[in-house]
Structures are given as structure tokens and as C-alpha cells.
Design a protein around this ligand. Structure first.
Ligand SMILES: Nc1ncnc2c1ncn2[C@@H]1O[C@H](COP(=O)(O)OP(=O)(O)O)[C@@H](O)[C@H]1O
Ligand SMILES: [Mg+2]
Length: 393
């Protein structure tokens, strides 16, 4: 019997469409000798669907038709590490069970999914899943929280300043005065928890900073501001493994039109949207002196393990060419296309990458199952509801 893998994608995120492309690539690459992919599409409203055509990218050109041809689904734990995928709303007549999942492969990007929410749901189901756990997902999704953890671990990051929407609403001028004193201009303003450059702007003066902050607050209640790197090169490298062992992929250099790489640069400049991240303009391997490449790869592994990542993540770096300094910019715990194109140059096929991610998922599940989550006590034997001061002390 092949291993039934629920491939989860879509979701309430600005990166919904990119996630569909990544997931279709995953469904195509999974080794059919060993695995059967079961696509589970999460709509922009957060509903779960599946159907016979859900593994075909062409079907997503007409979402209403796709939903009409498929069925709503729900998941139920079986108590033994699997989850039953059933039709929902249930049919009165006929069976409702669609598949019994042995594992989940989250291929979601961005908010309400990659940030630990889907992982929490899978934990509740007791289903093994690939990629980082709840805490690591949540930490990596927040650029301010991950920055402070990396700084504490001695990993080079740019200084940053965090504003809340409440403070911005109450005293914007005081915040901007303080920031101008600390960093000067130009700065880069970003929502703390988005991706794909949505809401990210470079501001060269106070008026631009005000507009940039107003824009960023449309996407998140917390905004991060950093000094802008002026002579910038961007280098990314993926890391695969877990706390025990992790290794780095080839490095890539995304090639933008200069300035902030936009959503369009990242996904559309290759002209073939259906290639997803694989279609964007980039140089692989990046043109780097061997010592600098080794340094970046080592920092990538250190970052991955410091933030408790698992499976495959992509660590993005900013190179300040004036100061000759490398900074970790951000960690994508479920990178576009799962960064398969960075592993192929080092001899790991997409299918083998997915196989390794799923092996890690089963390993973590076994390790967690070996922990004790029960504590024998007879607390209920004499319990009533009248205890003074509540039940918990
Ligand atoms: N401090 C910075 N200095 C200069 N450019 C930056 C800086 N931070 C981000 N950028 C530019 O903005 C882009 C998006 O920022 P990033 O932090 O990667 O957010 P996202 O999660 O949206 O990808 C980067 O790819 C880079 O081009
Ligand atoms: Mg980025």
C-alpha cells in the first residue's frame, strides 16, 4: 500500500496563487512508486476541497468551476497517526470517506497557513507533517521576532525598529523623529509577517516614510523598519534537515530590475507564470568567491537550526557591497517551489527532496509519540465543582 500524502495548499494569504503553483509542482514530483498525492485545496475563504482534477494546474484557471466539480472535505483523526478525509457536507446516501492520509505535506505560503496555523491543525489531528512545527513556523513568519532571536545567537542581522498600528495612530511624528535619529535615511519599511515583497517600500525621506508606513499597516498590525542597504546583492540558499543534521543547497542570486524585488520580478519576469519560482530571473549558482559562498551556507545552516526549522527552508541574505558584510534577511519555512531548483545542482532531485522531507516528518512524529503526555493521578476520584480558588493552582 502506498503512502497517502495530503498536499495542502492555497489558503487565506496574499501568496495563494503562488502556493497553488508550488503544490502542483509537488504533486507532479512525488515518487509514485512510494506515494499517492491527495491534493487538499484551501480556498481564499478557508474552506477545504478536493477532487479528481485538483492535481492539475490548468483546472485552477476557473476556480468556481473547479469547486463545483470537486467536493468540500473535512479531516478527522483516527487516533493512530492518520486522518480520514471525508466529504463535507456529508452525503445522506453513499460513502463519504475519500482517503485516509498517512502524512501531510503543507505547501502553503504566507499568513494563515505557513505561520503555524495549518501546522497547529495538523498537530491536533495527530497527523505527521513535513516542514517546521508550530513554534518554528510562527517565529520565522514574524520578521521582528526572528531578527531578535538571530541577533541573540550572534548571527548577523540588520538593526530594526518595530512599530505597532496603535503607536503609529497615536504619535506618528514622534516615531519618525526617533527613527530618523537612529537610522537616518534611506530605510526599508515592511509588514512583519508578509512575503513576496507585498507592502515593502524603500523610503528616502520623511514624506516617503509616512506613505510607506501607511501602506505597510494595511497588511499587518506591526511594521518593521530597517536601514536600507544601498549597494545591495541578494543571495538565497536553502537548507534541508532538522536539529540533528542539516545541509545547505547551492546559492542563488535573484536578478531584479534594481531596488526592491517586486512580486512581479519574483514570479512573472520569467514570462511563464506556470513555472512559479522556477520561472523567475535568477543566477544559480550565484557568482560568489568560494570563501563567501561557504560562509553564507554555514550561516544558513546555523540560522535554520537556531530557529528550530525542519524539512526544507530558504534563508535569504542581504550583501552590503560597501561594507562587505553579509546579513540574514529572512527565512522562508515553506519556500516557493520548495526551492527544488537549488537542490538539483547539488545532485538531489525534486522527488528525492520530497522523500527526505517526508522521512523527517515520520521521524519527528515517532520522537514526539515517545514523549509522555499523560500523568497518572487520581485527581478526578474525589473532584467536585465546589473547590475554592478554582481547580488549577
Ligand atoms: N534592509 C534592506 N535594504 C535594502 N533592500 C531591502 C532591505 N530589506 C528588504 N529589501 C528588499 O525588499 C525585498 C523584500 O523584502 P523582504 O524582507 O525579503 O520581504 P518579503 O518577505 O516580502 O520577501 C527584498 O527582496 C529586497 O529586494
Ligand atoms: Mg524576501
Amino acid at each position: 500500500m502506498k503512502i497517502q500524502v495530503g498536499v495542502f495548499f492555497g489558503g487565506r494569504s496574499v501568496e495563494h496563487e503562488v502556493s497553488i503553483i508550488s503544490a502542483m509542482q509537488v504533486c507532479a514530483a512525488l515518487d509514485r512508486e512510494k506515494y499517492t498525492p491527495v491534493p487538499v485545496y484551501i480556498t481564499k475563504q478557508g474552506l477545504f476541497y478536493t477532487g479528481p482534477s485538483y492535481g492539475d494546474i490548468a483546472a485552477y484557471r476557473d476556480i468556481p468551476a473547479l469547486l463545483a466539480a470537486g467536493s468540500g472535505v473535512t479531516l478527522t483523526p483516527d487516533g493512530a497517526g492518520r486522518a480520514v478525509l471525508s466529504r463535507w457536507p456529508a452525503r445522506r446516501l453513499g460513502g463519504n470517506e475519500i482517503a485516509v492520509l498517512d502524512a501531510a505535506l503543507p505547501v502553503v505560503h504566507g499568513t494563515n497557513a505557513e505561520d503555524g496555523t495549518l501546522q497547529g491543525y495538523l498537530e491536533m489531528l495527530g497527523l505527521p507533517y513535513a516542514g517546521p512545527d508550530v513554534l518554528s513556523s510562527a517565529v520565522c513568519m514574524d520578521k521582528a521576532v526572528s531578527k531578535s532571536l538571530l541577533a541573540t545567537a550572534g548571527i548577523p542581522v540588520l538593526p530594526g525598529c518595530t512599530w505597532t498600528d496603535t503607536a503609529w495612530g497615536a504619535r506618528p511624528d514622534a516615531l519618525m523623529d526617533e527613527l530618523a535619529l537612529r537610522f537616518g535615511f534611506p530605510v526599508v519599511v515592511k509588514p512583519v509577517n508578509l512575503g513576496s515583497s507585498v507592502g515593502v517600500t524603500r523610503a528616502a525621506d520623511r514624506a516617503a516614510l509616512r506613505a510607506a508606513a501607511d501602506l505597510a499597516f494595511q497588511f499587518a498590525p506591526k511594521v518593521l523598519i530597517e536601514p536600507a542597504v544601498v549597494r545591495l546583492r541578494e543571495i538565497n540558499c536553502a537548507v534541508l534537515g532538522d536539529a540533528g543534521a542539516a545541509r545547505a543547497s547551492a546559492c542563488e542570486e535573484p536578478l531584479g530590475a534594481g531596488g526592491i524585488l517586486s512580486y512581479g520580478d519574483k514570479y512573472l519576469s520569467g514570462g511563464e507564470a506556470d513555472k512559479g519560482m522556477g520561472g523567475a530571473a535568477r543566477r544559480v549558482p550565484a557568482d560568489l568567491a568560494p570563501a563567501l559562498r561557504d560562509h553564507i551556507q554555514a550561516l544558513g545552516v546555523h540560522t535554520f537550526q537556531t530557529l528550530g526549522c525542519q524539512g526544507v527552508a530558504r534563508v535569504d541574505f542581504l550583501l552590503d557591497c560597501d561594507k562587505n558584510q553579509v546579513y540574514v534577511n529572512e527565512i522562508n519555512t515553506i519556500p516557493g517551489s520548495l526551492a527544488f531548483y537549488l537542490w538539483e545542482p547539488v545532485g538531489l532531485s525534486f522527488g528525492a527532496l520530497l522523500d527526505e522531507m517526508l522521512s523527517l516528518a515520520f521521524k519527528r512524529h515517532r520522537q514526539r509519540a515517545a514523549l509522555s503526555f499523560t500523568y497518572e493521578s487520581n485527581i478526578l476520584a474525589g473532584a467536585g465543582l465546589g473547590a475554592k480558588g478554582g481547580a488549577k493552582r
